[in-house]
Design a binder for this molecule. Structure first.
Ligand SMILES: NC(=O)c1ccc[n+]([C@@H]2O[C@H](COP(=O)([O-])OP(=O)(O)OC[C@H]3O[C@@H](n4cnc5c(N)ncnc54)[C@H](O)[C@@H]3O)[C@@H](O)[C@H]2O)c1
Length: 257
């Protein structure tokens, strides 16, 4: 739980799960700082709260991220909790997908995590406390046809966060790597507007953002690193580990190539 006046920093806080977390922590009395490029979205997140502080920051710009974190820590206080949510998700067949879009996904989804980590984590380590929450995905475990570029970013996020956790296990900082299946947020539209794989329609309806935030809080409290918010997600990870060929067979059957 976020405590009164503790500082929570949320990248991608102008939409989706970042917004859900921001409004929840703000209602609990935390000082919530948003870093996003979606100015209108951040205003909507902050509506009705005077303890939500929007900052227009592109997470791919390390100097801007570092300067904004320094400003927040000087003016509001040390960041006690980080939610790294910023991401994009355009899909496509790898050989056809726009080269710049593939690189942009890695720069935001993975590069943004690298930048915010190096700006925020040293302070947490120095203080010997804090919550570090990184958003990977089920896509960080299971590759599919047409999702390759996004999936690559989420494999990178998972590897980076897992290593970070093990490098700092005894620091007092709590780490969580969040791996949800499809969640009902505006991100899904980016996939639907590009080249949506039929396989994703076979997974049932998307879960609600609230379910994911609840699962994160529970895992942090129980000291569980990977947040797999549904039974299906947990089974999916086991299936990928034990039977990767079986999953690929099903994917090819469903997509028809
Ligand atoms: N929605 C899903 O189905 C789903 C499933 C698994 C994992 N995830 C992951 O969860 C996290 C949150 O996703 P969401 O569904 O809430 O997405 P969302 O699209 O609702 O919100 C993402 C936010 O990131 C911001 N953003 C994009 N580029 C940025 C940049 N360069 N700098 C700063 N901000 C930037 C966007 O403006 C947006 O406000 C993401 O990391 C996503 O990959 C989402």
């Amino acid at each position: 739980m976020a405590e009164q006046d503790k500082v929570v920093l949320i990248t991608g806080g102008g939409s989706g799960m970042g917004r859900e977390a921001a409004r929840r922590f703000a209602a609990e009395g935390a000082q919530v700082v948003l870093f996003d490029v979606n100015v209108d979205g951040m205003q909507e997140t902050a509506a009705g709260f005077d303890n939500v502080h929007p900052h227009t920051v592109d997470v791919t710009d390390f100097d801007a991220v570092t300067a904004a974190v320094r400003q927040v820590e000087d003016q509001i206080g040390p960041v006690e909790r980080l939610y790294n949510c910023a991401a994009i998700m355009p899909f496509g067949i790898l050989v056809e997908q726009d080269n710049a879009i593939i690189h942009k996904q890695m720069a935001i989804n993975y590069g943004g995590l690298v930048n915010i980590t190096q700006a925020v984590l040293p302070g947490m380590l120095q203080r010997g406390r804090g919550d570090f929450v990184s958003f990977a995905s089920m896509a960080g475990w299971i590759p599919m046809l047409k999702t390759g570029a996004y999936t690559a970013t989420k494999f990178a996020v998972r590897a980076f966060t897992e290593t970070l956790y093990h490098e700092n296990m005894k620091s007092g900082v709590r780490f969580a790597c969040v791996c949800p299946p499809a969640v009902a947020t505006p991100l899904l539209k980016q996939g639907q507007d590009s080249d949506w794989p039929k396989m994703l329609d076979d997974q049932g309806p998307p879960i609600e953002p609230k379910t994911v935030i609840d699962a994160i809080e529970e895992c942090l409290d129980k000291g569980k690193f990977f947040v797999l918010p549904t039974r299906e997600a947990r089974i999916g990870v086991i299936m990928r580990r034990l039977f990767p060929g079986l999953i690929w067979k099903q994917v090819h059957q469903v997509e028809g190539f």
